[in-house]
Design a protein. Structure first.
Length: 260
């Protein structure tokens, strides 16, 4: 008997207005840019063209993730499928850097590229934490009884600690394997990097080299044991490559319009 293969579709949301303006977004609720809406529509086309048919969608609690998902579902004529929103899929919390221009943060570090990239991309790199009241925590988190579990700033390691248990129990072993559903996750760059690290067993050092483009779906094929049966793949490899190069260099120079 051939091995059962379950398909998991994951993508980073389309470009947000602050991606366009080269700012750290984190948990601040920033809408999609015009380009980002186009990227979301293109993601829907790619999913349809590859004969993928999601049965359920997961997004974060942030508008840029939710809107990207809804644009995709509208293209697929599947707005009716179950939609689960969870803070566990929220972007990495960038602490005191949230809302800051990436180039200005780089400048404040005396243009120390190693230090800047350590905070941005290293598995253990942690931004300075928010002290006191966090303005990005609003009524959408009222259903969380203990607000102390919400971050004030995170490394990728910390992101994975709040993400992976939920991902395994709720998505992989329940929806994907037990219920045999095709799952669509529309989330954020650090979450996609975390899932790549976990599923592909990427080392702590090597994860710093992995960048994720906006709006390009990638597919993971998983067996009944929750293991990959082949390498993950982007539905548009060339578009993904261009997007990854852009993300890699964010904040290292300031171009006209404050945009990279």
């Amino acid at each position: 008997m051939s091995e059962k293969v379950h398909k998991l579709i994951i993508l980073r949301h389309g470009e947000s207005q602050w991606n366009h303006e080269n700012k750290f977004c984190g948990w601040i609720d920033i809408p999609l840019s015009t380009k980002g809406k186009g990227e979301a529509a293109n993601a829907g086309k790619l999913i349809h063209a590859n004969n993928l048919d999601p049965d359920i969608i997961y997004t974060s609690k942030l508008t840029r993730s939710i809107d990207t998902g809804l644009i995709i579902l509208q293209y697929l004529n599947k707005l009716w499928i179950d939609h689960i929103k969870t803070w566990r899929l929220n972007e990495r919390h960038y602490g005191q850097f949230q809302g800051c221009d990436k180039y200005e943060v780089f400048k404040s570090m005396n243009f120390d590229k190693e230090k800047f990239q350590y905070i941005r991309r290293d598995y253990h790199g942690t931004p300075p934490l928010i002290e006191g009241n966090d303005p990005s925590i609003d009524e959408r988190y009222n259903d969380i009884p203990n607000k102390d579990i919400l971050p004030k700033g995170e490394s990728l390691e910390m992101v994975m600690k709040r993400l992976i248990p939920f991902f395994l129990s709720e998505i992989v072993h329940h929806q994907l394997i037990q219920l045999d559903k095709t799952v669509l996750i529309v989330t954020h760059g650090s979450i996609v990097r975390s899932l790549i690290k976990y599923l592909n067993k990427v080392s702590d050092d090597d994860i710093s080299k992995i960048n994720v483009p906006t709006g390009v779906p990638l597919v993971f094929e998983i067996n009944d044991l929750g293991e990959l049966v082949r390498d993950y793949y982007y539905l548009d490899p060339e578009l993904a490559k261009k997007g990854m190069e852009k993300v890699k260099n964010e904040g290292l120079k300031k171009e006209s319009g404050g945009k990279l």
